[in-house]
Ligand binder design. Structure first.
Ligand code: A3P
Length: 293
């Protein structure tokens, strides 16, 4: 199948975006959330698929093997703002879901979240990941995914990333604004890739408390095994091997799954410059995300 050319980025209400995530905008903004919908939000590459799979297993793991072996994760947890020309839009896919609750994925900055999610007081799980690993992961994702803008070489990509000239804009704005929203909004659960990596059992318990779920010890053990990086990498229903725009030979979607892989990419000079920008941008933010564990 011939793929469309790589998309261009443009300024969309102050945030760098592409057509693939803005062309269904009116339907996204008018989306009718249901009170029990659960929204999973991240800046790209922060562990969206990992947490989507965790939630899918928590809610639907008991439904028998068919769901797990025949429905790819992007159909089980549709991408709200996705609007590829050749496929049903995210909103259409969500509206066809028959399971309750509906699990919905999004990368939207907080100011773009459709108002019905707030009106219905839906539960929202926000996952943050340290800015350097997000940059590295996003760069490789751009290389392998033809529906992303061409990332160019690593150095120029990192410059664009620090200026917010990548889809969904500045990491800093995304994470800081969601973190601030969380301070006044009890229906937002905030977790991080690093916390999940460090202690999955603890984070699972926190998630279950937030979601009001109480899986048995056995269910939790089964879930923890299923969501291990190596198992997800082999699992065709969660490793995105079913998506034609992704060339897994260029770089696998399940690439490394590690904290601090940035150390293998950043030069000393790039790291110093990044740390300066980080210090400046985060100076008024109380959120601390470790970039190594
Ligand atoms: P890397 O490129 O650093 O390996 P998203 O789902 O938001 O696009 O994030 C993808 C990133 O999460 C990739 O990071 C991917 O390898 C990592 N990832 C996915 N599942 C994981 C798991 N079970 N454990 C650790 N990392 C995981």
């Amino acid at each position: 199948m011939e793929l469309p050319p790589r998309p261009a980025t443009f300024n969309f209400h102050g945030v760098c975006m592409t057509e693939i995530v803005t062309s269904n905008w009116d339907n996204v903004q008018d989306f009718k959330a249901k009170p029990d919908d659960v929204l999973i939000v991240t800046y790209p590459k922060a562990g969206t698929t990992w947490v989507s799979y965790i939630l899918d297993l928590l809610y639907f793991g008991h439904m028998g093997p068919e769901r797990q072996t025949s429905i790819p994760i992007n159909k089980r947890v549709p991408f709200l703002e996705m609007a590829k020309r050749t496929l049903p839009t995210g909103t259409e896919t969500i509206n066809q879901l028959t399971t309750t609750p509906r699990l919905i994925k999004s990368h939207l900055p907080v100011q773009f979240v459709p108002k019905s999610f707030w009106e219905q007081r839906c539960k929202i799980v926000y996952v943050a990941r340290n800015a350097k690993d997000c940059a590295v992961s996003y760069f490789h994702f751009g290389r392998m995914n033809k529906s992303q803008p061409d990332p160019g070489d690593w150095n120029s990509y990192l410059e664009k990333y620090m200026e917010g000239q990548v889809t969904y804009g500045l990491w800093f704005d995304h994470v800081i604004n969601w973190w601030e929203k969380k301070q006044t909004c009890s229906n937002i659960h905030f977790t991080s890739y690093e916390d999940l990596s460090q202690d999955l059992g603890r984070e699972l318990d926190r998630l279950c408390t937030f979601l009001g779920l109480s899986p048995s010890a056995e269910e939790k053990e089964r879930l923890k095994a299923a969501v291990k990086f190596d198992n997800m990498k082999e699992n065709k229903m969660v490793n995105y091997s079913t998506v034609p725009s992704m060339d897994q030979k260029v770089s696998p979607f399940m690439r490394k799954g590690k904290v601090a892989d940035w150390k293998n990419h950043f030069t000393v000079a790039q790291n110093e410059k990044f740390d300066e920008v980080y210090k400046q941008k985060m100076k008024n933010c109380t959120l601390k995300i470790c970039s190594e564990i």
